[in-house]
Design a protein around this ligand. Structure first.
Ligand code: PLP
Length: 451
């Protein structure tokens, strides 16, 4: 028999610890204290099994852009499950939700990004991108162009391919990553790595590492550069203004593909439909997931430019997932995009709640522990430091203060995440001004409690 959903929390936690392995978790440590059991959610609020209400400052994992509890999305899923719960798009068949969603994405995506290849997650989509970029060059008669350049501390997913693209050394240390022909350059994190340079000088220096890498590897061997418009899981690293224009110049000069990983930045998070628009870049391929369905269904994909799609269309691309273009996921994504559009959510982030959150969030820089508060749209980061002037890190045990702060937030019923000694937020895009005030109050109180 199944355990009752209303069983005492300790019993749920014990059964969870006995049988459920959590991602990115030291499971033995978690088992000692027990995972918090989330039972339901509405708007920007989570409920747990102890009856607590928790303000979700992370939109789940950066994905619930529309907020929780939208019945229209549940209805769209139910309708589609009754009509056609599944059919594949492999062998000369298609279906209406995939047709509609692809056309809608072509409308929303900037420039000539008009062709969608589906996956069920960002990791899968980035695996697709590795093969797409290399196949593109092979089809163009340059099969030696295989190297994909990425950045240290980037996050592009957790599969072997996408984890290799990412620059998380802790991930590379486990399980045989990175795969060959992936090269990493440094990230544009001025706060931690900028030294005496101005942010502008540093942005240029970091962008020019791309040119150096291309020259060292040999331009005839480089296929693509991949990056998040604003690094998310690496700690919400907002690049200096000089960074992206210089990157764009370099990829153009060498004719390599630019892949913008929009898994977090897409669908309104930065105040535009896509982070590429906020950063003023023109990618050849975009990775999408998360906010595409606001997390209500697992769906991701790659959006290809006309030029890339035309080349790929000239061969049989031997790649795909059983759930590529899953009809229920497509139907839910369509409904999510409809709401984001018709309720003006993206505009609201750009013009109303975004500027409000920015002002309040930047106010946290007045806290003695906070060196820098940076935010773009609805994604922000606090760099914690013992010495604001020198931007010094904490002496020992990097990440401990961040961890404690995150624990204090959680105890105060606010979900914020820590990445080392950065505290980050990525709230649902529908968070109201009043809820933003609550988020800021709880963040300040939690910071107070950890120094
Ligand atoms: N790319 C970026 C920028 C991400 O932030 C993530 C997940 O956080 C991924 C890719 C991987 O997506 P998924 O977890 O859906 O596989």
């Amino acid at each position: 028999t199944l355990i009752s959903p209303n069983a005492p929390t300790a019993e749920l936690q014990a059964l969870d610890a006995a049988h459920h392995m959590h991602p990115f978790t030291h499971s033995a440590d978690l088992a000692k204290k027990g995972a918090r059991v989330i039972t339901r959610a509405e708007g920007v609020w989570l409920n747990d099994s102890e009856g607590e209400r928790i303000l979700d400052g992370m939109a789940g994992l950066w994905c619930v852009n529309i907020g929780y509890g939208r019945k229209e999305l549940a209805a769209a899923a139910a309708r589609q499950m009754e009509e056609l719960p599944y059919y594949n798009t492999f062998f000369q068949t298609t279906h209406v939700p995939a047709i509609q969603l692809s056309a809608r994405l072509a409308e929303l995506a900037p420039g000539n990004l008009n062709h969608v290849f589906y996956a069920s997650s960002g990791s899968e989509a980035n695996d697709t991108n590795i093969r797409l970029a290399r196949t593109y060059w092979a089809e163009k008669g340059a099969p030696e162009r295989k190297v994909i350049i990425s950045r240290w501390n980037a996050y592009h997913g957790s599969s072997v391919g996408s984890g290799s693209l990412g620059g998380m050394k802790g991930m590379h240390a486990q399980g045989g990553m990175p795969i060959p022909d992936i090269h990493h350059i440094d990230q544009p994190d001025w706060w931690s790595e900028g030294g005496d340079m101005t942010p502008e000088e540093f942005g240029l220096e970091r962008a020019r590492q791309l040119e150096q890498a291309i020259e060292e590897i040999g331009p005839e061997k480089v296929a693509a550069f991949i990056a998040e418009p604003v690094q998310g899981a690496g700690g919400v690293i907002v690049p200096p203004e000089t960074y992206w224009p210089e990157i764009q110049r370099i990829v153009k000069k060498y004719g390599i593909l630019l892949i913008a990983d929009e898994v977090i930045c897409g669908f309104g998070r930065t105040g535009n439909w896509f982070g590429s628009q906020t950063m003023g870049i023109t990618p050849d391929i975009m990775t999408i997931a998360k906010g595409l369905s606001s997390g209500y269904q697992p769906i991701g994909g790659s959006i290809l430019s006309d030029e890339v799609a035309e080349v790929i269309a000239g061969t049989e691309f031997n790649h795909g997932y059983t759930y590529s273009g899953h009809p229920v996921a497509c139907a839910v994504a369509l409904e999510n995009l409809r709401i984001l559009d018709e309720e003006g959510v993206v505009k609201q982030v750009a013009e109303e709640t975004g500027p409000y959150l920015k002002e309040k969030f930047e106010g946290l820089a007045a806290h003695p522990l906070v060196g820098e508060a940076k935010i773009v749209g609805f994604m922000g980061s606090l760099a914690l430091t013992p010495d604001k002037a020198s931007r010094a890190p904490f002496a020992a045990d990097a990440g401990t203060v961040g961890y404690i702060c995150r624990e204090r937030c959680f105890a105060n019923n606010l979900v914020m995440r820590h990445v080392g000694d950065r505290m980050i937020i990525s709230p649902p895009l529908v968070m109201s001004k009043e809820e933003i005030d609550t988020l800021i109050d709880r963040a300040w109180t939690s910071l107070d409690e950890c120094h």
